[in-house]
Design a protein around this ligand. Structure first.
Ligand code: 13P
Length: 340
């Protein structure tokens, strides 16, 4: 393990005014996204869409890193430059999703365990050669009747720490992502309780596994009401509850926290991040690692058509810039309208 390389990479991923683009949708997930614009998910369509995002003029000003999927890490721009090399030249760190997805946890109905540890050491060595300098592993914790169980939280925390150890051995910065879903009707208080238990278990396991905290990034959910809750907490409440929870459970040795968007609208995700950064000074950098909240507008503007390419890039550049502003606490709802 080269600690200074890990630290340098982690710091670059959470550089001021920048954040991470999660473009690591698995084949199943990207098909769902393309279905929404009635586009068939062929390998060439996926390549073209990723090229649209990565070659957006000006995006590198706000994007520090991109999470890729295995297929994308092996693809090239239309003039033949491997995506990883292209991003690196722009000063953007290429990363790779390495988990194999959340699968049913036997004996625990409606709960999952993320798989993908077998053969991971060898895969990471190959990914490093292909240019990846960070990785992502997503654990999924669902809130519902009688769930999550402490067992499922602990099993997922253990797998996250096993993954993080293998990454650091390979000089790849692990993004540790324990996602508490916002799909239910639960209150923000219930989300805070489950997120607290989850983060406590994750850092207990990270420490037990001797993870070098200075060489990792945490990717958590925000503390937020369930989508189906009829009396949802407002943006300021989300910002305060999230920062309070993170301060309790995330050691200051961790250089950065990069949120997932989890089903929030693009504007909500920008506003929440900005309000949190206004609550500073904070012990870690707080930034974005959004998938849907960065891409939804671009995907729609593109519409899968060659004539929509420039409009797709424009939409992506705009949202990347707004989130870059949110990273320094200087995004406002007014800019949302101005930039429209
Ligand atoms: P969303 O921002 O769409 O939740 O995706 C982020 C991600 O990478 C989930 O693993």
């Amino acid at each position: 393990m080269n600690r200074s390389e890990l630290e340098t990479t982690a710091k670059a991923m959470v550089a001021k005014g920048k954040g991470i683009l999660a473009a690591d949708e698995s084949s199943g997930t990207i098909k769902k996204r393309f279905d929404s614009i009635r586009l068939e998910s062929t390998e060439e369509a996926r390549r073209t869409y990723r090229e649209l995002l990565f070659t957006t003029p000006g995006a590198a000003e706000y994007i520090s890193g991109v999470i890729l999927y295995d297929e994308t890490l092996r693809q090239k721009t239309k003039d033949g430059t491997p995506f990883a090399d292209y991003l690196k030249k722009l000063g953007i760190v290429p990363g790779i999703k390495v988990d194999a997805g959340a699968k049913a946890l036997p004996g625990f109905p409606n709960e999952t365990i993320t798989e993908g540890l077998d053969g991971l050491r060898e895969r990471l060595a190959e990914y490093y050669k292909l240019g990846a300098r960070f990785a992502k592993w997503r654990a999924v914790i669902d809130i519902g009747d009688g769930i999550p169980s402490q067992f499922a939280i602990d099993a997922n925390a253990h797998a996250l720490a096993r993954y993080a150890g293998l990454c650091q051995e390979a000089n790849i910065v692990p993004i540790v992502e324990p996602e508490v879903l916002m799909d239910g009707a639960h209150s923000i208080e219930r989300c805070e309780e489950v997120t607290s238990n989850t983060l406590a278990a994750v850092f207990e396991q990270l420490n037990a596994h001797r993870i070098y905290l200075e060489g990792m990034i945490l990717k958590p959910n925000m503390v937020i009401s369930g989508k189906k809750n009829t009396n949802r907490a407002n943006a300021q409440q989300v910002a305060e509850a999230t920062v309070r929870t993170l301060k309790r459970y995330v050691p200051s040795a961790v250089p950065g926290i990069a949120f997932l968007s989890g089903g929030q609208s693009a504007a909500e995700a920008s506003e929440h991040l900005s309000l949190m950064n206004k609550l500073g000074p904070l012990p870690w950098a707080l930034t974005f690692s959004y998938g849907r909240a960065l891409q939804d507008e671009a995907l729609k503007a593109w519409g899968g058509k060659a004539e929509g390419f420039a409009a797709g890039q424009k939409a992506f550049a705009r949202r990347a810039r707004l989130n870059g502003l949110a990273q320094t606490g200087s995004y406002t709802a007014k800019q949302e309208q101005d930039a429209a």
